[in-house]
Ligand binder design. Structure first.
Ligand code: G3H
Ligand code: 13P
Ligand code: NA
Ligand code: ZN
Length: 328
């Protein structure tokens, strides 16, 4: 059944778990996530980014999610719009049947230029008013995603701020978070703690100076009734990088957000954990391996099958690690 983000994360808070929010762009990804959720009895957040809407078209995306709900009637599914660039984008998503929208007012509508605090409050409050009047949940973002090592947004997937970010933007301020939530009424708040989108997050296994998990605790203490969201939360498994390299791919040395750090963040109040890159890596590794080992095959179903299985395995592992098992 379709469920709002608020309902889903209230349950997660009550029972002390976190929910992975997986980005979806096509049929195989939706199927992989639903198979993993059904197998582990986990609740589901399927989210569509601006890039996904551009790739698949929003009608196809919306209907893929509807198909997932129909095929798995007893699994709760939240259909979330990731990184809405403007109130207009959020309203379009609501009209298409999304049960949750993110208004990312941390950046201007170009989703490249960091915005003023006042702008962020204004656009996010506007979306909350509209969305809440029709039972749709809202995620806002305060602070800019980016590396505490380099000040860069890590936007190799085309998402994120341009140029070098001020250190003060890279860590969400707990007092400002409280003011932001009071003024906007968001259900969930994405915070900046040193993570960034894409595969290239950290140049070494992250420690507290470049991945500020403690900040989660401080923010949660100020806004205990707002669910915290971690973006850029792929773990970038070294074995997937290795497999991609082994079969002809080029991946530079890089480190993601360790699963144990996410588990700590969940203890401190994180309820939604955004993951896109890990599924991309898993599918690419499987496809590269299959095609290298089976050079005469050309039916897409033959290489998409192991890709879907690899995506499912990542989803199962995250559902288990974040405490979702048996919660649906
Ligand atoms: O928001 C970030 C996600 O990784 C989506 O990236 O716009 O390339 O689909 P995308
Ligand atoms: P990753 O690139 O770490 O998977 O993050 C995805 C994300 O935050 C989508 O909003
Ligand atoms: Na989001
Ligand atoms: Zn994100």
């Amino acid at each position: 059944a379709l469920i709002s983000l608020r309902q889903l994360l209230d349950h997660a808070a009550e029972h002390g778990y976190g929910v992975p929010a997986f980005n979806v762009n096509n049929l195989e990804q939706v199927q992989a996530i639903m198979e993993a959720a059904a197998e582990t009895r986990s609740p589901v957040i399927l989210q569509a980014s601006a890039g996904a809407r551009k790739y698949a078209g929003e009608t196809f995306l919306a209907h893929l999610v509807t198909a997932a709900i129909e095929a798995y009637p007893d699994i709760p599914v939240c259909m979330h719009q990731d990184h809405g660039a403007s109130p207009a984008v959020c309203v379009q998503a609501i009209r298409l049947g999304f049960s949750s929208v993110m208004m990312d007012g941390s950046l201007l509508e170009d989703q490249k230029t960091p915005s003023s605090y006042e702008y962020n409050v204004e656009v996010t409050r506007k979306v909350s008013e509209i969305a809440h009047s029709v039972g749709v949940s809202v995620e806002g973002e305060l602070g800019c995603l980016g590396s505490l090592e380099t000040g860069q947004a890590g936007k190799e997937d085309g998402v994120g701020a341009e140029g070098t970010l001020d250190h003060s933007m890279l860590l969400t301020d707990p007092d400002q978070a409280k003011d932001f939530v009071d003024q906007t009424g968001v259900d969930a708040l994405a915070i900046a703690i040193g993570t960034s989108h894409g595969a290239y997050k950290f140049s070494r296994k992250p420690t507290g100076d470049i991945l500020a998990i403690d900040r989660v605790k401080a923010i949660h203490a100020k806004i205990p009734n707002t669910h915290l969201v971690m973006h850029g939360s792929s773990s970038v498994p070294q074995e997937l990088l290795e497999e991609i390299r082994q079969f002809g791919g080029e991946m530079k040395e890089t480190y993601g957000v360790p699963v144990e750090e996410i588990q700590t963040a969940i203890k401190y109040g994180v309820r939604k954990v955004n993951i896109d890159t890990d599924i991309r890596l898993a599918m690419t590794a499987a496809i590269r391996r299959f095609l290298a080992e089976n050079p005469s095959k050309f039916d897409p179903r033959e290489y998409l099958k192991p890709a879907r299985a690899a995506a499912k395995a990542i989803c199962v592992a995250r559902y288990q690690a974040f405490g979702c098992t048996g919660m649906a």
